[in-house]
Design a binder for this molecule. Structure first.
Ligand SMILES: [Zn+2]
Length: 425
């Protein structure tokens, strides 16, 4: 009930629209369905399956999508929509409205790329979720962690050694940095975040690669603390825990403590992979960030470090996928530019998923992880009408979905967000 209240899914758009002729990849089945029919009524799918001969009953508009492919709206379970490309100095000079509208632009870019639902894992207040839910802003439906927990001096600690806060860390409406050292700190912080409306609790069980005062190998939130956080989440209707974990020890602590998912997971041992399989822990490998161009401006030592993480990370993710660990698509967008989310599909294929499984990681698996699999994530009767239509065959080259113009139509709750060929207009 609580999750439902937090994720507005109001159907938009009256009347029946029947989309016929596309090849349907529904996000669940293992094979595409050619010449499909998907009927949408009041924002909800009321039929999805083989095209029914004999015309459309009770009127409705018929839209011919022959030659196209239809998929569910995608779900990116790891974004940071408040992380924007503007430099620190520039952001320091912004009026509050410029910062908010910059986030609104990233929201729009993300949904226009085909991502109809996104989980923001640090940096966004519930105000954005409400604005999207009530139609004031165009963007993916949001699930939010609001902030990330780490110890003082850990990955979530934005304070510079001189005690000052960088501009990005001082945003209107955000709680103070979620720095927790004792169990008392944790109880207070987690309860505060949940009362603000957090849909998930993000913790950092290792250090980070880009934070000011720690290293990836540093210990973050411990296994016992993850267990405490999990219990606090369970006390409030089952708010799940997800853990940023760059080392094997950090991933293990998270899995054993009861986290629902591991973000990154670039150093998983076979024993930890085994444990993830046992517990059903989902891996969110954020390969878009791992495999991004390494800047030529960084010093050679740091560059070598990045290259090593990339190799070790890819090996770790490949072994997890080969073992059958469930994967959900996440990009860490914000660290990489917003709106290129579907590039992750090609990286997942590179790491060993078939194209159709990569699409499932980006649709039904994400919906299950977020606990909203009954409403989104597949194209099926009773689900919200979240659809992506493309003229690029995603099974021949899933990477093409990320190319400009490849996504011809994006429908969210039955409403056209993108309609390049004016078929719904
Ligand atoms: Zn992240």
């Amino acid at each position: 009930m609580r999750a439902r209240a937090r994720l507005p899914l109001t159907p938009i758009g009256p009347g029946r629209t029947v989309l016929v002729g596309a090849t349907l990849i529904d996000g669940a089945a293992s094979a595409p369905l050619p010449d499909a029919e998907v009927a949408v009524l009041d924002g909800v799918v009321d039929y999805a399956g083989p095209r029914r001969r004999g015309g459309v009953e009770d009127g409705g508009r018929v839209v011919d999508l022959s030659g196209s492919w239809m998929l569910p709206g995608f779900i990116d379970v790891h974004v940071h929509l408040a992380m924007v490309a503007a430099g620190g100095e520039q952001q320091r000079a912004w009026f509050a409205e410029e910062a908010v509208l910059e986030v609104a632009a990233q929201l729009r870019r993300t949904v226009e790329a085909g991502v109809t639902t996104a989980r923001d894992l640090d940096g966004l207040t519930p105000g954005y979720r409400l604005a999207v839910g009530n139609g004031t802003a165009v963007g993916p439906r949001l699930h939010l962690a609001i902030a990330m927990l780490s110890p003082t001096g850990g990955h979530a600690d934005p304070f510079l050694p001189n005690g000052s806060l960088p501009a990005w860390a001082a945003r209107a409406g955000m709680p103070s940095p979620a720095l927790v050292d004792t169990d008392d700190d944790i109880v207070r912080t987690v309860r505060r975040l949940i009362s603000m409306g957090a849909d998930a609790i993000k913790v950092s069980t290792s250090g980070g690669a880009g934070s000011p005062t720690d290293e990836p190998d540093d210990v973050g939130i411990t296994e016992q603390q993850v267990r405490l956080i999990r219990r606090l989440g369970d006390e409030r209707g089952g708010v799940p825990v997800t853990a940023h974990a760059l080392t094997d020890a950090a991933a293990r602590a998270a899995v054993q403590g009861g986290a629902a998912s591991i973000e990154h997971g670039y150093d998983l041992s076979d024993a930890t992979i085994e444990l993830m399989l046992e517990r059903g822990t989902v891996l969110v490998p954020t390969l878009s960030t791992l495999l991004r161009e390494i800047s030529t401006h960084i010093d050679p030592g740091r560059r070598r470090e990045r290259e090593r993480m990339r190799e070790r990370g890819m090996d770790s993710v490949r072994r997890a996928i080969a073992a059958g660990v469930p994967v959900a698509l996440g990009t860490d967008a914000g660290v990489v530019p917003h709106g290129a989310n579907l590039r992750e599909l090609a990286w997942l294929v590179e790491a060993g998923l078939t194209p159709i499984d990569a699409i499932r990681a980006g649709t039904s698996a994400g919906a299950e992880l977020l606990g909203i699999g009954d409403r989104v994530g597949t194209v099926a009767a009773g689900k919200m009408a979240d659809l992506v239509v493309t003229d690029a065959d995603p099974l021949a080259s899933v990477g093409r979905l990320a190319e400009p113009g490849a996504v011809r139509m994006v429908v969210q709750s039955g409403r056209a967000v993108v309609d390049l060929d004016r078929r719904l207009g």
